[in-house]
Design a protein around this ligand. Structure first.
Ligand SMILES: NC(=O)c1ccc[n+]([C@@H]2O[C@H](COP(=O)([O-])OP(=O)(O)OC[C@H]3O[C@@H](n4cnc5c(N)ncnc54)[C@H](O)[C@@H]3O)[C@@H](O)[C@H]2O)c1
Ligand SMILES: [Zn+2]
Ligand SMILES: [Zn+2]
Length: 362
């Protein structure tokens, strides 16, 4: 079978639209016809080579679609099922899956593992994170599939695979924000808006959003932020004043590209025993932060998929969306054809979207 897809040939190369050959699904694999794919900053990191990816690769790790065909031994989904893709597969029986930490599943640990179902001029291509949702179709492990209701809008389903659980879970699971606390969220894009939403839903007293882009600050206020500032210094001054000098309980870092400046700002805005939870990725390594971190037992915590269990958290988030308790529609600010993927990522960098989505079927 042939499929049109956006690929990255090597780190730093632009997205390129090509027609690929696609294998039939092998054991425990399924072929998915994608209906929508989210444009996450993580794909941009993969294209640049900031994070590990097996180039050349088909981009895209947020997606939703319909299972068209299943290989031998598939039991988790069936042809005709509507699914969304999880950027971490869930085997169900490794040490991490068995202890309720599906986001750390051993199957997802190695970016060089997983199916290699695409072919171009004798070269084999994987999908990013075993997926490749910037393609009309892909063959993926059944372990990367989460079944969703047939009436869930495809774009909503796509972002429920990564942006929503990552942002939500960073606050709800990794930070463990409690009612009455003060939370500062650095970066209110696709992931950060969901961190803001979770902090507000948890009953935080102050949800302070920091983002240099005015439209992001307005969006943050719609998603439940109590205050929004253009830079870290303004937010810091507000938090000092508002907490009588005690500072914030939590800082959450969901900027597009993390660097020392934002880590410093996050560490300095949390008070004694405060926690900085970092979901963002960036190039290079970072300084140590001995004095502000060690003094007063501050903590820095990293996160993958917000600590969410895809097979537990994602269906719950789907139900919350259906109940009207979770705003996902407001996250999706633009829709693109696959051939306009370059424009989609330009818009991401220009701060024009909360989340842009490629729609495969208009
Ligand atoms: N760990 C994970 O599991 C995981 C999953 C998905 C995404 N990510 C990472 O999360 C980060 C956010 O992804 P996204 O898709 O929401 O990106 P995005 O581009 O949609 O949003 C980033 C936001 O940060 C803002 N920003 C940039 N610099 C800032 C600064 N210094 N201070 C405050 N705000 C700033 C931008 O204006 C933008 O609104 C990326 O680094 C991405 O790779 C991690
Ligand atoms: Zn596992
Ligand atoms: Zn993502």
């Amino acid at each position: 079978m042939r499929t049109r897809a956006a690929i990255c040939r090597e780190p730093g190369a632009p997205w390129e639209l090509v027609d690929l050959d696609l294998d039939d699904p092998g054991p425990r694999e399924v072929r998915v016809r994608f209906r929508a794919a989210g444009l996450c900053h993580l794909d941009d990191h993969a294209r640049r080579g900031t994070v590990g990816a097996r180039a050349p690769f088909v981009g895209g790790h947020e997606g939703s679609g319909i299972v068209e065909a299943v290989g031998p031994g598939v039991s988790r989904v069936a042809a005709g099922d509507h699914v969304l893709c999880s950027p971490v597969p869930v085997c169900g029986h490794c040490r991490y899956c068995a202890t309720g930490r599906q986001n750390l599943c051993d199957d997802g640990a190695d970016p060089a593992a997983g199916p290699v179902p695409f072919h171009l001029d004798e070269r084999d291509l994987a999908g990013y994170r075993g997926l490749g949702t910037f393609s009309e179709r892909a063959v993926i492990s059944e372990r990367s599939c989460v079944r969703v209701p047939h009436d869930l809008p495809p774009a909503v389903a796509a972002v429920l695979g990564c942006a929503v659980p990552t942002g939500w879970g960073t606050v709800a699971h990794l930070a463990g924000v409690r009612v009455g606390q003060t939370v500062v969220v650095f970066g209110c894009g696709g992931v950060g808006a969901n961190a803001v939403q979770a902090a507000a839903a948890t009953g935080a007293r102050r949800v302070v959003a920091v983002d240099p882009v005015p439209a992001k600050r307005e969006a943050a206020l719609r998603f439940g932020a109590t205050h929004a500032f253009a830079d870290a210094a303004e937010a810091h001054d507000f938090v000092v004043d508002d907490t009588w000098g005690e500072l914030a309980d939590h800082a959450v870092v969901t900027v597009g590209v993390v660097d020392d400046a934002v880590l410093d700002a996050a560490l300095m805005v949390v008070g004694k025993a405060g926690q900085v939870t970092v979901t963002s990725l960036g190039p290079g390594s970072f300084r140590h932060h001995p004095s502000p971190a060690i003094a007063y037992t501050r903590r820095i915590r990293g996160g993958v998929l917000g600590g969410c269990n895809p097979l537990d958290d994602v269906p719950r988030l789907v139900r919350m969306y259906q109940d009207g308790a979770l705003d996902v529609d407001g996250l999706i600010t633009a829709r693109y054809h696959l051939h306009d993927i370059g424009t989609g990522f330009d818009d991401l960098h220009a701060g024009r979207n909360l989340r842009g989505v490629i729609v495969h079927e208009w």
